[in-house]
Design a protein around this ligand. Structure first.
Ligand code: HEM
Length: 454
């Protein structure tokens, strides 16, 4: 379909003065689902008064997602308010950079994320998972109930910090724990605020963010300076970033710090959310949980899980993917278009703010039967192959897809192997509302009862 034969994008009806702002503020994921049901695969939200306010184009179909992230990805840029806030607080690393800067960074960083390299972190991932399983012994003895989200955030942060900083992990961990939530909260408040003020303005949110930023930059810069002073190359992730060469070029110390912060930002809350909802769903479906446990016992037995086990832990991986379908850690993905385009027969103009929503696409009734049911069988290799490539894309897609996908899947499967083997999980009944912070996360604690299996 061409621009001349395409139809205008339907506008979702909203309040007289504020448009869809109240609905999006109240619950934008639910508002998206309703808009999809009532108005189709591509819709427009008006925020504030027509002509004066802002418009957001929301995209709910795999074919349109393919166009934006795959086929014509260069026409859809990361020039969005959200990414600009991330740039302001942690710097312009691989997640936010564009054009030549992104190409240069990717050349240095890609070799650190090959399957072989990432598999070499499996031992640290298993050690941290086993440590958590041991810590749980005391709570389990008291018939314990845990907030599984709190536990998974602790686990994934420990894993990523240990892999990034090696022996320096204990020095950075407390700083990351105190600074990151402040920076995340400020990026979100600023990204959605109706009035935009530079980060240098001394508002309370900005002042808190700048203090946290100084603390975090200081801790990273001090470790980098010590590494240079010692003259010893370490084989942790930071050591490899410092040693990385492309011809005569190397990353500057500031660029190294920016990448490290991106891996911390993109790499722990996302996996924590994936693990939290996998355990929650397993805790609601005892028969599926038992099948996962039987597989882990058959493949791993009593030893520590390894990267080589991942291929054999296929049902465990299917359960994880199904949880990520229902609770994608990045439930929406923003871009700004640079060209007039036609998405699913609708006109989307150049300069449009576009939000693609895996949250909705992962529940699209044309691609998923009974979409709200938890059913790992959807991810058998045959059924995966038969499905549209963009019907499930929690890691994004195309050239800007997640570089940490294998890292995250490996750490999740290893964590599940340790925890589901050693404990039986029962989720307490009740709704768990979610919110979108930088990533999707539960709004309330996620209580799970654990009982040792041996
Ligand atoms: C469940 C876990 C994860 C999910 C769901 C996830 C999701 C995503 C998504 C959707 C994108 C694309 C964003 C966009 O197109 O705007 C992305 C990019 C990225 N992710 Fe992840 N991620 C996860 C884990 C990780 C981990 C563990 C790391 C690093 C250790 C990581 C590092 C990155 C980086 C650096 C990018 C930018 C890549 C580029 O643009 O070249 N992520 N991630």
């Amino acid at each position: 379909m061409t621009l001349t034969t395409a139809a205008p994008t339907p506008t979702v009806p909203g309040a007289p003065l504020l448009g869809s702002l109240p609905d999006l503020r109240r619950d934008f994921l639910d508002t998206f689902l309703r808009a999809h049901r009532e108005h189709g695969d591509v819709v427009r939200f008006q925020i504030g008064l027509p002509k004066l306010g802002r418009q957001i184009y929301a995209v709910f179909h795999p074919e349109a997602a393919h166009q934006i992230f795959g086929g014509q990805w260069q026409d859809y840029r990361k020039d969005t308010r959200f990414y600009s806030e991330i740039r302001d607080v942690i710097g312009d690393g691989l997640l936010t950079s564009q054009d030549d800067t992104w190409v240069r960074q990717k050349r240095f960083i890609q070799p650190l994320f090959t399957v072989k390299r990432v598999n070499s972190y499996a031992e640290s991932m298993a050690a941290e998972s086993a440590r958590l399983a041991t810590e749980w012994r005391a709570s389990a003895r008291d018939g314990g109930t845990l907030d599984v989200h709190h536990e998974m955030t602790k686990l994934t942060l420990r894993m990523v910090v240990r892999i990034l900083f090696g022996e320096d992990a204990d020095r950075v961990l407390p700083v990351v724990q105190s600074a990151f939530p402040v920076l995340g909260a400020s990026a979100i408040v600023r990204a959605f605020s109706p009035i935009w003020l530079p980060l240098s303005w001394p508002t309370p949110v900005n002042r808190r963010a700048r203090r946290a930023q100084a603390e975090l930059f200081g801790a990273c810069d001090e470790i980098i300076a010590r590494r240079h002073a010692s003259g010893v190359d370490r084989d942790d992730f930071l050591g490899m970033l410092l040693a990385a060469r492309d011809g005569d070029e190397r990353l500057s110390d500031q660029e190294v710090r920016e990448q490290v912060l991106v891996f911390l930002l993109a790499g722990h809350e996302t996996t924590s959310t994936a693990l939290t909802f996998t355990l929650r769903l397993l805790g609601l479906h005892p028969e599926i949980q038992q099948r996962v446990r039987d597989e882990i016992r058959a493949v791993v037995g009593d030893r520590e899980p390894t990267a080589a086990d991942m291929r054999e832990l296929s049902y465990t991986t299917m359960a994880l993917k199904e949880a990520m379908r229902l609770f994608p850690s990045a439930p929406v993905n923003g871009r700004r278009s640079t060209v007039d385009s036609v998405l699913r027969g609708r006109i989307v103009p150049a300069g449009a703010d576009i939000v693609t929503a895996p949250w909705v696409i992962h529940r699209h009734p044309d691609f998923w039967d009974d979409p709200s049911r938890f059913d790992p069988e959807r991810f058998t290799p045959e059924r995966e192959k038969a499905r549209h490539r963009y019907a499930w894309f929690p890691f994004g897609a195309g050239p800007r897809a997640c570089i940490g996908q294998h890292f995250s899947m490996l750490e999740s499967v290893i964590a599940l192997a340790c925890l589901v083997r050693d404990y039986e999980f029962t989720s307490l009944p009740g709704e768990i509302p979610v919110e979108v912070h930088i990533t999707l996360r539960p709004k309330v604690p996620v209580p799970i009862q654990i009982r040792p299996t041996h």
